[in-house]
Design a protein around this ligand. Structure first.
Ligand code: GLA
Length: 382
């Protein structure tokens, strides 16, 4: 599947620009556990996957840069000078954001031609935006010999997301996409921005992603609101981030904050703990414990942190009713996208059929089911 995508992108590039491009693959990500912990300096457990963005890129001698989004069949020409975020600019903002943030970092780039396409389902919570940002920062670093480290590159990608897409995201997505390791998930410390790869082998179980195919509108503002609450509560506790607080610390200021804010901070403190428990359970091959932690995580995301939605709660409830599923939870920022499920390999097909039918019956629309491979991070293909 990826080979086909590479072929199409390469061909389109040659048709448009009649030169040989540099080809980059940048993956999307899943997250086993540790949701909304990254911007709290906490822990997360993401992995790069075998779906992503293919970018073909080369320098050009002209006064403009030209980018063609192959999936959307949209062409965009821009000047590298005076870049500003574009209102409702969609994919364009990620690219000009990367160019502008490189300039601010003291690494301006020359003009370039590019074609990109991807196979990450949009709005699925699998970080197609981080994959896109990383593909460009990686490709530009290579083309213009910027000498950036991968850590510097992901900070540029993150800033593009903050300042051009308007989402004050943490570092998990960009990290996982850039640093992914084959067959492994990354136990990521979002404060030090360092990770330990864990080989993932769930024995008779495997991961199943179920895409609700919904993306509720409020997701961006609600995301930024959550982040603001976390910062407000940690300021009150006089800690740098919620990662540094215990439940007892939070209890001490309970009277000074609203019940909603208390519940949200409590969720983050608990979730951060769950990531550590998850890593220990992996080391013990305790698959049942992993499943329990997934269900607990969903419960917290849904009732305390309030970033789930009817469709996601439904998918997790139905998973609970099936003995073949050990655990499930919503994945990513929330308000739509996927659930991640730990399911007996031998029951994958049956559960797929069953859940698809039930989802259709309840919501009158289809859900989509994927299985993914844990894969290498952003890299050059040719
Ligand atoms: C989005 C953000 C990430 C992270 C997750 C929630 O994917 O981009 O930084 O906060 O939501 O865990």
């Amino acid at each position: 599947m990826r080979k086909q995508l590479v072929k199409e992108v390469e061909k389109s590039f040659k048709d448009h620009f009649e030169t040989e491009p540099l080809l980059v693959f940048s993956p999307g990500r899943i997250n086993l556990i540790g949701e909304h912990t990254d911007y709290n300096d906490g822990f997360a457990f993401p992995a790069a996957i075998n779906k992503g963005i293919v970018l073909a890129i080369s320098k050009n001698g002209s006064n403009n840069s030209t980018v063609y989004a192959l999936n959307k069949e949209e062409l965009y020409k821009f000047s590298n000078d005076n870049i500003r975020p574009i209102e409702d600019g969609g994919w364009r903002n990620y690219i000009i954001g990367v160019v502008a943030e490189l300039q601010l970092f003291g690494k301006p780039v020359g003009n370039f031609n590019a074609v990109f396409a991807g196979n990450i389902p949009g709005g699925a919570g699998m970080s197609s935006s981080a994959a896109l940002e990383n593909s460009f920062v990686f490709g530009l670093n290579e083309l213009f010999n910027l000498g950036l480290t991968k850590n510097e590159m992901i900070l540029i990608s993150q800033k593009a997301e903050h300042n051009y897409a308007g989402v004050k995201c943490g570092i998990m997505d960009q990290y996982a996409s850039m640093f992914g390791v084959k067959n492994s998930a990354l136990f990521l410390d979002c404060r030090t921005v360092e990770a330990e790869p864990y080989k993932i082998d769930f024995k008779n179980y495997k991961l199943m992603l179920i895409n609700s195919n919904v993306k509720h509108d409020l997701s961006e503002s609600a995301y930024n609101d959550r982040r603001a609450v976390c910062e407000k509560v940690s300021n009150l506790m006089q800690v740098k981030a919620l990662r540094d607080a215990s439940k007892e610390d939070l209890m001490r200021i309970k009277e000074d904050i609203t019940e909603e804010d208390y519940q949200k901070a409590l969720y983050v403190i608990n979730e951060n703990e769950r990531v550590k428990l998850f890593s220990e359970a992996i080391n013990r091959y305790d698959i049942e414990a992993l499943g329990d932690l997934l269900y607990q995580s969903h419960e917290g995301l849904s009732t305390n942190y309030k970033v789930s939605c009817e469709e996601l709660d439904f998918l997790v409830e139905k998973a609970k009713e099936n003995d073949a599923v050990l655990g499930a939870r919503m994945m990513g920022g929330g308000f739509g996208g996927c659930t991640i499920n730990l399911i007996l390999k031998s029951e994958f097909k049956d559960f797929k059929k069953d859940i698809s039918k039930k989802f259709k019956k309840s919501f009158g629309k289809e859900c989509s089911i994927y299985s993914v491979k844990l894969s290498q991070g952003t890299h050059i293909i040719n």
